[in-house]
Design a protein around this ligand. Structure first.
Ligand code: LRH
Ligand code: MN
Ligand code: MN
Length: 385
């Protein structure tokens, strides 16, 4: 049990700035009281999540949603409140110029503009001290024949390599894929294979990021995890959960067993902690639920899945696998999955000076009342603001 706790102590989960802001669906954004009005307040909320969970020490930024005049100032504010600035997420999916694509657009002027944004994100990383640049492209087409598939791949490769060459020696590029939306016929980076082939050509510091909500229903995500890990090409996760498509609900809410199966591969590869080089990020929108408790709950869900994966009796599992004992091997996994790890995690938190129940501690803290009062005036920052 001490071993399990020691590994859990090394775990780091990054929360997304946009998960603290107002968000919604394309039908409606329901504003909440006390949400951040600017990136500083998002960072303050992320620090609050870290204060109660102890395992969420960084917050990811999304540019331009989190544009500030001075990124070093934001980074030092973050340090003051107890967190660091993490992954920089680029955004080439909202400017009207990108209707037909960003870095794959047929017009070289639009491609230049999109690539310049990605390069500007690396400048921001230099100022914030961020390691990772996360790239997601909404690029694609809606109709067969609309554009040339191969030419678009070539344009994408050219932009990626320009940005890759701009990275510092400690910086990485994480390429995210998604099978559809907003494009409905063809997406230029639809799957892990496409992302993997681009990363392979770029070099060691280009890696694939798996957003758990970005697959067709029924996709075996842990298989993708295992294949990418084996190739040394798994850079990180955007964790969330989904019932239908890219729902961005709380990780572990829809399919806790799927999350466990992913974490089992991570544990087997020995890459739970930061030394493993995998960025464990959340990418969620809390549209109808209070945002900070939702983030705390999500962090705890990842911890619970990890604890269960750490409890797998791997010697018994291996023995059963080698003996061809199908049911025995399956039971070794299921026994761990069916273990209630909440007491173990509560104990771990108490040992580390945290409240054993982070959600209850947050509610008792008065932070929610405080932000409701402090942020009563001004315009709330929102998804896309
Ligand atoms: C795209 C995505 C990507 C974006 C985020 C807001 O669906 O997962 O990671 O940056 O949503
Ligand atoms: Mn994502
Ligand atoms: Mn998504």
């Amino acid at each position: 049990m001490t071993d399990v706790k020691q590994v859990l102590r090394t775990q780091r989960i990054e929360t997304p700035s946009w998960g603290y802001a107002n968000s919604g669906t394309r039908f409606k954004v329901f504003p909440q009281q006390g949400v951040p009005r600017d990136p500083y307040e998002k960072v303050a909320d992320a620090a609050t999540v870290h204060r109660f969970t102890g395992v969420a020490p960084t917050v990811a930024l999304h540019i331009p949603w989190d544009t500030v005049d001075d990124y070093q100032k934001l980074a030092s504010y973050a340090r003051e409140v107890g967190v660091g600035l993490g992954t920089i997420n680029s955004n080439v999916f909202q400017d009207p110029d990108y209707m037909l694509g960003s870095v794959t657009h047929p017009d070289p002027r639009v491609r230049r503009k999109a690539t310049d944004h990605l390069l500007a994100c690396v400048d921001i990383m230099d100022a914030t001290g961020s390691r990772d640049l996360k790239l997601w492209f909404s690029d694609g087409t809606n109709y067969p024949g609309q554009d040339d598939i191969t030419a678009r791949q070539d344009r994408l490769a050219a932009a990626l390599s320009e940005v890759y060459d701009r990275l510092g020696s400690e910086q990485r590029m994480l390429l995210e894929y998604k099978f559809f939306e907003p494009a409905f016929y063809l997406t230029d980076v639809p799957d892990w294979g496409t992302a993997f082939s681009h990363c392979l050509r770029l070099g060691e510091r280009a890696q694939v990021v798996i957003d758990t909500g970005h697959h067709a229903p029924g996709t075996n995500i842990e298989f993708i995890v295992a294949v990418l890990l084996r190739a040394g090409k798994l850079g990180g996760f955007d964790f969330n959960s989904r019932f239908y498509a890219d729902d961005d609900l709380m990780v572990g809410a829809a399919d806790p067993f799927g999350l466990f199966r992913i974490m089992h591969e991570i544990v087997q590869a020995g890459v739970v902690g930061p030394a493993g080089g995998i960025a464990f990020m959340l990418d969620q929108c809390h549209n109808i639920e209070p945002k900070i408790p939702a983030m705390i709950r999500s962090v705890m869900n990842v911890q619970e899945a990890t604890a269960k994966a750490l409890l797998v009796d791997r010697a018994a599992l291996r023995q059963a696998q080698q003996a061809g004992d199908v049911l025995g091997a399956n039971a070794a996994l299921m026994d761990a999955y069916n273990t209630d790890v909440r007491p173990l995690l509560a104990e771990l938190r108490s040992e580390d000076g945290l409240d054993p129940d982070p959600v209850a501690a947050y509610h008792r803290s008065g932070y929610a009342d405080q932000i409701r009062a402090d942020r009563a005036d001004g315009q709330a920052a929102g998804w896309g603001a």
